[in-house]
Ligand binder design. Structure first.
Ligand SMILES: C[S@@+](CC[C@H](N)C(=O)[O-])C[C@H]1O[C@@H](n2cnc3c(N)ncnc32)[C@H](O)[C@@H]1O
Length: 363
């Protein structure tokens, strides 16, 4: 894996977090480099940066006044790890996509896979823009979609595309639209008599995921399953139905994505629930949980990678009490039972259909 980046006659070491054994994956792309090249002559000191997944912008622009809009707990760790690796200050000025920003002179956006999240970023930038604002959105050309242009034109009058360089391109936005309705960018999903609310960018925005629905159809919480984790909890729908079946249950919801956690706080209001924005279960190890339920992730932005998922499975084992259970839904082609059998005493298939399987693992 290539970890060394030469930029402005300096050398940076940039590693991915979580680590990967896939040697083809780097901690930056040509899209971020093209954006750096574009802004080099602008001489702007105050920069808001969005979706700096592993910290390439935080490191290479460390001499500027940066405001970093973060989305993933693992992203914060990656940024801080790479700053430390390059002997740079690890004090990062963080905001979330729901925070109000001070005046934006220059914004750098690595366009996320979720174009809803892209819209949320642009709405946030728009609210803090004036006629001198420049927004540089970077992406790899293979991920371009006309929806990107539509969203950009909703918020800015001037939307220009640069020429491609090494399969990367930029959208440069100027002149924030004057008249724009201020709408809250949330989706509301009606499911089994309850309205689930979720911020833009949270998993499965139009409806409850069909895998999750299959899981919930067959979910049977036992009266003695009181201490429960919903791992990769998204909008909190699984945790909600756990508490519906067992009103004594205390659920800990864990998700790497801060907007998922914020959405689940809304949906679990009034329930015995606690919330953790984290990419692993380290802080819950050895706490004798009765049950872990999950629809685990296997897409990370544009990458499909089960390394993170497999490490979460090992975490689950450590969180459970002896005799505790792990109940999960998975696409059958992922063949998780082979991996789970290496960790758990017993793994059984509770139900399956053409696409999905529900697995129960015993510690
Ligand atoms: C398949 S979705 C399931 C969401 C929700 N449980 C549902 O069924 O609708 C997977 C979730 O995993 C989260 N995620 C990704 N990586 C994670 C990690 N390392 N630790 C915890 N959550 C993670 C994503 O943000 C996403 O919300």
């Amino acid at each position: 894996m290539k970890n060394t980046l030469q930029f402005n006659s300096k050398t940076y070491q940039l590693q991915r977090y979580p680590k990967t054994s896939d040697a083809s994956l780097r901690a930056w792309s040509n899209a971020e480099l093209l954006a750096l090249d574009f802004i080099a002559d602008l001489n702007i000191n105050n920069i808001h940066i969005f979706n700096d997944r592993f910290g390439v912008w935080n490191c290479t622009l460390a001499d500027k006044n940066l405001i970093t809009v973060w989305t993933y707990a693992s992203q914060q760790k990656a940024i801080e790890q790479n700053l430390a690796l390059n002997n740079l200050s690890v004090k990062v000025n963080y905001k979330t996509a729901l925070d109000r920003l001070g005046n934006v002179e220059l914004a750098l956006v690595k366009v996320p896979k979720s174009l809803e999240l892209f819209e949320l970023f642009l709405q946030q930038i728009h609210k803090a823009s004036d006629n001198s604002t420049t927004v540089v959105c970077a992406f790899m050309t293979k991920y371009f979609s006309v929806t990107m242009l539509k969203i950009a034109s909703k918020y800015f009058d001037e939307v220009e595309q640069t020429k491609a360089w090494k399969k990367a391109r930029l959208l440069v936005l100027k002149q924030p639209k004057k008249e724009i309705e201020s709408e809250e960018l949330v989706n509301t999903i009606e499911f089994k008599g309850k309205e689930f609310v979720q911020h833009y960018g949270v998993f499965s925005s139009g409806s409850i995921d069909i895998g999750t629905q299959f899981f919930l159809e067959h979910l049977q919480i036992q009266p003695d399953e009181n201490k429960v984790i919903d791992l990769a909890s998204g909008n909190g729908v699984i945790a909600h139905f756990v508490t519906e079946q067992n009103s004594k249950a205390e659920v800990t919801l864990v998700d790497d994505f801060n907007l998922a956690v914020e959405s689940s706080k809304i949906n679990l209001k009034g329930k015995k629930a606690s919330f953790l924005c984290a990419e692993n279960l380290l802080s819950l190890h050895n706490q004798n949980f009765d049950l872990v339920v999950s629809n685990p992730p296997f897409h990370f932005e544009h990458e499909n990678n089960i390394e993170v998922t497999l490490s979460l499975f090992e975490d689950v084992y450590t969180c459970l009490k002896h005799g505790g259970k792990f109940l999960l839904i998975a696409n059958r082609h992922l063949n998780y039972s082979t991996h789970l059998k290496k960790i758990f005493q017993k793994v059984v298939t509770v139900k399956n259909n053409k696409r999905f399987e529900i697995l129960k693992c015993f510690k």
